[in-house]
Design a binder for this molecule. Structure first.
Ligand SMILES: Cc1cc2nc3c(=O)[nH]c(=O)nc-3n(C[C@H](O)[C@H](O)[C@H](O)COP(=O)(O)O)c2cc1C
Length: 167
């Protein structure tokens, strides 16, 4: 088990990273990120997902052109597209794959690797680039890389007393 205070500190220290060093990530570490995705819980244990590992710079450049706020994808040595399988779990594929994204993000952070959820995508074009079809929901493409420059300051969070209600 992880020390709870250390774990909370770890969660609070994570940041979205949008600038990456030009340095590849060892396959062993990419595998650990994929494993963290694979071990994500899912509704009825249906595992309605597929992960596409993208290292090809030309494809990354094309994706970045179709990301409205994610041009930095092209800087990353690797990106993982998280795809929800709609027919496998029509009610839960978005939630299940969102959890995958968080598991992968936290695994990466523990390895000193940064990422950022890219949500603003021209999904139609990127889906074609990735060879995805009608049963596939492209949730996000997470670019992974070693952090370039300073780790961003934390974005302020709403205070607990504003977001909790006790009964
Ligand atoms: C569903 C979702 C979509 C997001 N889409 C983008 C995006 O398209 N581009 C981007 O740069 N950041 C994106 N982000 C990152 C958020 O801006 C970021 O998580 C938020 O500002 C808090 O910062 P932090 O992650 O450093 O704590 C997204 C985050 C989430 C959860």
């Amino acid at each position: 088990m992880i020390d709870p205070a250390e774990f909370l500190k770890f969660l609070k220290e994570r940041r979205s990273i949008r600038s990456f060093q030009d340095k590849s990530i060892p396959d062993k570490e990419i595998e650990m990120i994929l494993e963290a995705g694979r071990w994500t819980p899912s509704a009825s244990h249906l595992q309605p997902w597929e992960f596409i590992v993208i290292k090809n710079k030309e494809i990354l450049k094309k994706i970045s052109k179709n990301a409205y706020y994610g041009e930095f994808i092209k800087e990353a040595p690797v990106a993982i597209a998280i795809v929800g399988k709609i027919r496998t779990s029509p009610k839960w594929y978005i939630i299940d794959t969102s959890l995958v994204s968080m598991n992968m993000t936290l695994m990466a952070w523990s390895l000193g690797i940064g990422t950022c959820w890219i949500g603003a995508l021209n999904r139609g074009k990127v889906k074609t680039l990735l060879g995805l079809g009608g049963n596939d929901y492209l949730l996000t493409i997470l670019p992974f890389g070693y952090i370039k420059g300073a780790i961003p300051e934390p974005k302020p969070r709403k205070s607990l007393n504003k977001i909790i209600r006790k009964m």
